[in-house]
Ligand binder design. Structure first.
Ligand code: NOJ
Length: 989
């Protein structure tokens, strides 16, 4: 503030106002409100554990945890023992039951609990109804398989004093070396340590203790220490308090006007996990950060805050920040040349992760040359048991597969769900929806799904339609259905607390709402004003939720209506950190603090279940989008990265965020195309579409205050360029769907970062601004800089790469400049792959169902290529009964032949599906990098299984195009008329 003299006031004021207005014009005023969210220092348990880490850094530090060797038992792949925590001299040790399970998959699981709380042998403060145990049900939500104990795991015969050694996994290649005193574990693969638990001595389980009220405390101490009687009033004297631990946030904690009561006192669980020799760690979404995670305890370019996992509605989130966002997956993988390992910290409470990298000098005579880097991580959760899975790789594919076996693979979506979605807050009437739909057709722009945000409801009452604006939703749905288009409507977890609304009446009368700490229905503020939240932890709530989605209950919806779950962190406008009080109670009397990070997933899961059962006998794969997520959410739908900004920096940030989702087991991910807040320039919007076609979940969305920006609005040349981008997505839908199928069966990401494809290429470990699509060899580098007319694409290997459109060759490891004027999308094809496409432009993916295929055969440096195609009805679960086509195409350079062989296994519905697809053929084969020996050739010989004698070895026209400067030679087989579901061979020799 500055003061103005009276006479100068008006003139200066005018200048000031003008300046202020200019500032608003030129510098975005949007900024996250840091004060609404805690820093580690403001979060009691985080602060205590960082302090613990600082104390432990002293050379005299000895971890107070020791395993009692006499307590060890080992049976059926499971080691059980008691870890003892030593307190002060003379105090009884705290007993912590430890279980280490060695799984058949080669994964190890370590759980540590607290005996006293486990037995319920604690006293809750006040008259709290909360559960006494540490939360141990995260696995009920996160884990769906992979828990078979290893039959071959065995204790080592050779006894080493002070250690217990277990051989497990991969024929005994893995070992767990458990040290007794102090307690620590080293996980080794082939005799080499990959992961260490408690190597730094940061294991800290805050054991239960009774609150000693001040007056009593002095008395207890007086008695114990046998001091003289204190005079009255002395208990108020701060100097009488024992020195030592900071108890200020043990029993309650205030933040932003809310006080969190803690009926069980301090109960954090923390552990250091070290990855020796690993410089790169990835994972632990969701953060707006690069793929390779930064260090968090200061230093150049480092963060000073730990990465935080506490699902929250962070308004106008900032980039390059470890601040929490909407979802949490506590899976981290560490990568180095030759090895990838990982840990899954399965805890549902607020969690912070510090990362420190230390360089060690391996050779003291190396004159300053540094040796390997170790990554030391420190995991700190507010409550719950310690439950950690350890993956020893050795490849990135092993980690995603094993993690997927535990938490489930991505659900195979309906095919429309991987096409383009058009959303905004809001399409305002049913006529508006139809009008947008017609305009897409008028401009020949493909799209599949139109979305309705919260304004379609009557006063934000979900499962209702605003009668003035959405007069005839049924007709609207029918209109969309004509071109096989779908509608997605939003349904949030806050239920308006009002009269005359059956949904809230039912929820209250059935007792299905989340409760406050006193056990009454919790009431907070969200879009509808006063609201209550469905407690989807309660099976009865899921049963009830299902009834609301039946077509005759949610009238106006039909089989082409799907659902968007937003605000499920949960977002509570007047709650602490915009969410629920931690002392709220859920089903089973678990405190919200215990379950916060899985809360969003339970709601998303309830919606998925409801969509499965809308109508008896109608079985379609559900589609439900979620904003909040946890490990396991991938089983029930897609996610998006929330409220981004219409700025180039946010476009850029979306690529590593989506890549990170992929390697963290939840690959069906995308960001709002165009940016949610603000109005993108036409250039930005165009570039965003060109990037968005590479998001597995591809949706344009915009805030209610923004201008309309459907692709047809931008005008020439932008509309045409955006349309071309959309067509490219649609052309490649067969490749995308095949990548989704792979994700749904192996856990492999749908879009993949460089390190995942080239795990040996050290130069590419931190590259996160380009991506590979599935196993297709398609390498995309989206333009994310304003005014750019070229991009630098990083090539990791010595294979030839070809421009997707004109076959220009790029070869040699390193960076290559690829032209990228506005109308061009930088996309390369790595030699060695066969890419399936459908080339006929259509209005929606549904209309492409029986279209023929094109195969692009991109020969590698040895003249070979291979690829796969997966096709099914894109809607039902019949594929589980064999109703699908799964082919492997292979081009063998030596024999100069292309073959198609089946990969599927026959089921009860195979024949019927193949019959339905009998006429669907491969209509074109393009061979890129075609051998010069083919020059002059005019036909190839095609043979197909089951063909009539006369049609065997038919000759088909072939054209060859010679190399042209940097453009590779290519050839085309026009209409070989081979069935896509059949076995066949094309002879080029
Ligand atoms: C917040 C969501 O992130 C945004 O996408 C949506 O438009 C608004 N809620 C309104 O529902």
């Amino acid at each position: 503030m500055f003061l103005l003299r009276a006479a100068e006031g008006p003139r200066w004021m005018a200048v000031f106002l003008l300046l202020a207005a200019l500032c608003c014009l030129f510098s975005p005023v949007v900024m996250v409100k840091h004060e609404n969210f805690k820093t580690c220092e403001q979060s009691g348990f985080c602060k205590r554990n960082r302090q613990f880490a600082d104390d432990a850094a002293s050379s005299s530090w000895v971890s107070p945890y020791a395993l009692d060797p006499a307590s060890i038992t080992f049976k059926d792949g499971q080691l059980a023992a008691t870890v003892l925590k030593t307190l002060k001299e003379g105090e009884e040790k705290v007993r912590l039951p430890l279980i280490v399970t060695f799984l058949e998959s080669g994964v190890a699981r370590v759980t540590l609990d607290e005996e006293k709380r486990q037995k319920g042998d604690i006293i809750l403060r006040g008259d709290s109804k909360a559960r006494k145990e540490r939360y141990n049900e995260a696995s009920n939500w996160a884990i769906v398989g992979g828990l078979d104990a290893a039959t071959g795991a065995a204790l080592s015969a050779e006894a080493e004093a002070g250690y217990t050694k277990v051989f497990y996994g991969d024929g005994g290649k893995h070992q767990a070396l458990i040290r007794h005193h102090p307690f620590s574990i080293e996980f080794q693969r082939d005799g080499e340590t990959q992961i260490k638990f408690n190597d730094k001595g940061l294991l800290n389980l805050e054991h239960w203790r009774q609150k000693v009220e001040k007056v009593e405390k002095v008395k207890v101490e007086e008695k114990k220490e046998g001091e003289e009687e204190k005079k009255e009033g002395e208990e108020e004297n701060k100097e009488q308090e024992p020195q030592g631990e900071d108890e200020s946030t043990w029993w309650d904690e205030a933040f932003g006007g809310n006080t969190d009561t803690k009926p069980r006192g301090p109960e954090a669980i923390a552990l250091d996990i070290t990855f020796p020799g690993y410089e790169h760690v990835y994972g632990i979404p969701e953060h707006a950060t690069g793929l390779s995670l930064k260090t968090t305890r200061g230093g150049d370019g480092a963060y000073s805050e730990p990465y935080r996992l506490y699902n929250a509605d962070v308004f106008e989130y900032e980039l390059d920040s470890p601040m929490t966002l909407y979802g949490a997956i506590p899976l981290m993988q560490a990568h180095r040349k030759g090895s990838t390992v990982g840990v899954f910290w399965m805890n549902a409470a607020e969690t912070w992760v510090d990362i420190v990298k230390t360089k060690s000098i391996t050779n003291p005579f190396s004159l300053g040359l540094l040796g390997k880097t170790d990554t030391e991580t420190h995991w700190i959760s507010e409550s719950g048991i310690m439950d950690v899975f350890v993956f020893l790789g050795p490849t990135p594919q092993d980690i995603t597969r094993q993690y997927g076996e535990l938490t489930g693979f991505t659900a195979l979506p309906q095919s429309f769900a991987i096409a383009y979605h058009q959303c905004r807050w809001n399409y305002v009437t049913d006529e508006d929806v139809k009008d947008v739909d017609r305009k897409f057709d008028k401009f020949k722009i493909p799209y599949d799904v139109i979305w309705l945000d919260i304004e379609y409801t009557q006063e934000k009452k979900y499962f209702t339609w605003d009668p003035l604006t959405f007069v005839n939703p049924t007709k609207m749905n029918e209109h969309l259905d004509k071109r096989d288009r779908k509608l997605v409507a939003i349904i949030d977890p806050h239920i308006k607390n009002t009269n005359d609304y059956p949904v809230i009446d039912q929820m209250k009368s059935k007792g299905l709402a989340v409760k406050n700490k006193d056990g009454n229905d919790y009431e907070g503020w969200c879009w509808p004003g006063s609201s209550m939240w469905i407690d989807a932890f309660n099976p009865a709530a899921i049963t009830w939720w299902k009834t609301l989605f039946k077509y005759d209950s949610f009238k106006g919806t039909a089989s082409n209506t799907f659902i968007w779950n937003d605000m499920n962190e949960p977002s509570v406008f007047n709650g602490p950190e915009t969410t629920m009080p931690k002392d709220n109670l859920h089903h089973g009397n678990w405190e919200h603090r215990d379950v916060h990070n899985v809360n969003g997933m339970t709601f998303h899961n309830a919606t998925y279940e409801a969509l499965l059962e809308r109508k008896k006998g109608e079985i379609r794969r559900p589609f439900a989008l979620t904003r909040s997520f946890y490990s396991g959410s991938q089983r029930v739908g897609a996610m998006w990265t929330g409220d981004n900004l219409a700025e180039w920096s946010h476009l850029h940030a979306s690529i590593p965020m989506v890549l990170n989702q992929g390697i963290s087991g939840f690959p069906f991910a995308g960001a709002d195309v165009g940016g949610f807040f603000g109005n993108p320039s036409k250039e930005l919007l165009t570039r965003w579409y060109q990037a968005g076609i590479y998001y597995p979940f591809f949706r344009g969305h915009a805030h209610i205050d923004t201008r309309r920006r459907e692709p047809y609005i931008a005008g020439a040349p932008y509309t045409e360029i955006i349309t071309q981008a959309l067509r490219l997505r649609y052309q490649l839908l067969p490749a995308w769907y095949t990548a989704f199928h792979e994700a749904s069966t192996t856990g492999a990401p749908i879009v993949r970062p460089n390190f995942y494809i080239h795990p040996e290429d050290e130069n590419g470990f931190a590259i996160d601004d380009q991506l590979y699509i599935g196993s297709t060899g398609l390498l995309a580098k989206p333009v994310t800089q304003e005014g750019a007319d070229s991009v630098s694409v990083y090539i990791a290997d010595d294979q030839p790469y070809f421009d997707y459109f004109d076959y220009t060759l790029y070869q040699g490891a390193g960076h290559h400049t690829v032209a990228a004027p506005l109308e061009k999308i930088p996309l390369l094809m790595q030699g060695g792959h066969i890419i399936p496409r459908r080339d006929r432009p259509r209005r929606s993916s549904g209309l492409m169902k029986y279209d023929p295929f094109t195969l692009v055969v991109v020969l590698d440096k040895d003249g070979n290529a291979s690829g796969t195609l997966y096709v099914d009805d894109g809607a039902t679960f019949d594929y589980q009964k064999g109703a699908y086509i799964h082919r492997r195409f292979g081009f063998d350079g030596k024999r100069s032949a292309l073959t198609s062989i089946g990969l599927g296994t026959k089921g009860t519905k195979t024949d019927a599906y193949l019959k339905a697809m009998a006429k669907v053929r491969v209509e074109k084969i393009i061979v890129v990098n075609a051998p010069s020996a083919w020059e002059g050739k005019t036909e190839v010989v095609v043979s197909e299984e089951g063909a009539k004698e006369s049609a065997r070895r038919k000759k088909v026209a072939f054209e060859y195009f010679a190399k042209d400067g940097k453009k590779a030679a290519w050839a085309v087989v026009r209409d070989p008329k081979v069935g896509v579901g059949k076995g066949w061979k094309i002879d080029f020799s």
